[in-house]
Design a protein. Structure first.
Length: 259
């Protein structure tokens, strides 16, 4: 393999979840820019169609497609993979980015709320890994990247259910990396701190809270979706062929902050 090809994803098909905006869309764009064909999955069909059209215009030589689904629902996960099979696609990259949150004190959550977070943030990724496994194993050189969070590594005021789901996603990464290495499937994760997305905007709009966040971030700024996408893309590349079971923090130094 040439040096140039180690930094390309030509001929690979990538599935990115939660891909109509924010980090997911940035990941889809980054992977397409490196040569991959990309399937975008998101719940909002209107946003999804717009995002697919934008990428198709930007990368006319790539196969860009979308599928609208709520991946917290098993039937819709199965429908997605039936559709993938019908289009004759074979995945070699899976990016589990879909996630949600409800910010509350631990005692204020309803059972439906915390179970919903677990279904969306953990169960969907677990099941997608299992559904994608036969296709990924075919290639002998495949990659899964789970989008976790610094909330799964330390306390962050995002709510305990969110933190526990991201910690579970990190541990899933470790286990699958060991279990599926013999099948040529590398499994890694990224752990972002605050990233400038539609979901974080309302929280960061509070000047006092923003000042507090920045005071705990050595780089002194909020991250951009493209910065997370770059780390995700690296973990998908042949250049990262000896990297598995890792969780890369994309956090401006937040986890390393010291007094």
């Amino acid at each position: 393999m040439t040096t140039a090809s180690r930094w390309r994803l030509d001929g690979r098909m990538a599935l990115v979840t939660g891909a109509s905006k924010g980090i997911g869309f940035a990941c889809a764009r980054e992977l397409a820019g490196l040569g991959a064909d990309v399937i975008l999955v998101a719940r909002d069909e209107t946003h999804l169609e717009t995002s697919c059209a934008e990428l198709a215009e930007e990368f006319p030589d790539r196969d860009i497609d979308g599928f609208a689904a709520d991946l917290a629902v098993q039937e819709q996960r199965l429908e997605l993979f039936d559709w993938i099979a019908d289009r004759g696609t074979s995945l070699s990259v899976l990016v589990n980015n879909v996630g949600t949150n409800v910010r509350k004190a631990t005692l204020d959550y309803t059972e439906a709320e915390y179970r919903g977070l677990i279904e969306t943030n953990v169960i969907s990724a677990f099941e997608l890994c299992r559904l994608a496994y036969p296709q990924l194993a075919e290639h002998g050189s495949a990659a899964i990247v789970n989008v976790g969070s610094v909330s799964g590594l330390t306390h962050v005021r995002t709510g305990s259910p969110y933190g526990l789901t991201k910690a579970a996603l990190h541990q899933l990464t470790h286990n699958l990396a060991c279990e599926w290495a013999e099948d040529g499937i590398r499994v890694n994760a990224v752990a972002p701190w605050y990233i400038r997305t539609q979901r974080s905007e309302p929280v960061l709009a509070d000047p006092e809270y923003l000042e507090e966040v920045l005071s705990r971030t050595p780089m002194g700024r909020i991250g951009e979706p493209e910065e997370v996408a770059a780390a995700v893309a690296f973990l998908c590349l042949p250049a990262a062929s000896y990297v598995t079971g890792e969780c890369i923090a994309v956090d401006g130094g937040f986890l390393r902050y010291g007094f």
